[in-house]
Design a protein around this ligand. Structure first.
Ligand code: ZN
Ligand code: ZN
Length: 208
């Protein structure tokens, strides 16, 4: 199993990189990604924190011998922009973090303007918006054209199953993430795994 969405105490998570790595090792996870929030939030990862965190990630890799990606989760703003500190990340997640009437527009603009790997918690039920199937198709076209993966997120319980079926039909890859902000939630991706098996039996899981 993999968990490619874990927050550490370098942003608003409670656990340290080492605690997360040890827990992942105990659970027998194949790979994890530590993806702290980015510059748009006051507590997010800046260049200094990204550098310090990288040292811990490199140490944790050699101590625990597991695959740990150094990642970041950027909020997508109203004009589709994301903001990143200067750093060589292994993996970039972009996510909408507020209620908006222009969810699809933001995501599509973001895909066109930026280079990232995974769309985080797509169509999360935590944010209110009305689904629009025409715009949804455009969003899937953009994801497919740019090779961006869709995230199955067990905290946000998304995406909805019908969207997942459309992704499977198109061969869009999926990523699995707990969105853990505490040690107890690291590796809690059973909700994602069930859906992955059900709908994406012949598709690959994202492993960068
Ligand atoms: Zn998020
Ligand atoms: Zn998150």
């Amino acid at each position: 199993m993999i968990d490619l969405h874990i927050h550490s105490n370098f942003s608003d998570g409670r656990a340290t990189v080492f605690e997360i790595a040890r827990k992942a090792k105990e659970l027998g996870l194949k790979a994890i990604a530590i993806v702290d929030h980015s510059l748009e939030l006051s507590f997010g990862l800046d260049e200094r924190k990204a550098r310090l965190r990288q040292i811990e990630i490199d140490d944790a890799r050699s101590i625990y011998g597991i695959r740990i990606y150094s990642g970041i989760e950027c909020g997508i703003n109203h004009s589709g922009e994301i903001f990143l500190p200067e750093h060589d990340f292994d993996l970039i997640i972009a996510s909408v973090h507020e209620n908006t009437t222009d969810y699809y527009g933001r995501v599509i603009k973001c895909i066109e303007k930026n280079d990232f790997d995974i769309l985080g918690h797509p169509l999360s039920e935590m944010f209110e918006f009305v689904r629009d199937h025409k715009l949804e198709e455009e969003m899937l076209d953009a994801l497919e054209a740019h090779g961006i993966a869709l995230e199955l997120n067990s905290t946000h319980k998304c995406p909805p199953e019908d969207l997942l079926i459309s992704c499977a039909d198109r061969g869009i890859r999926v990523s699995l993430g707990s969105d853990a902000h505490s040690l107890e939630k690291v590796g809690k991706v059973e909700w994602c795994e069930e859906r992955r098996k059900k709908y994406l039996r012949r598709r690959e899981i994202l492993l960068p």
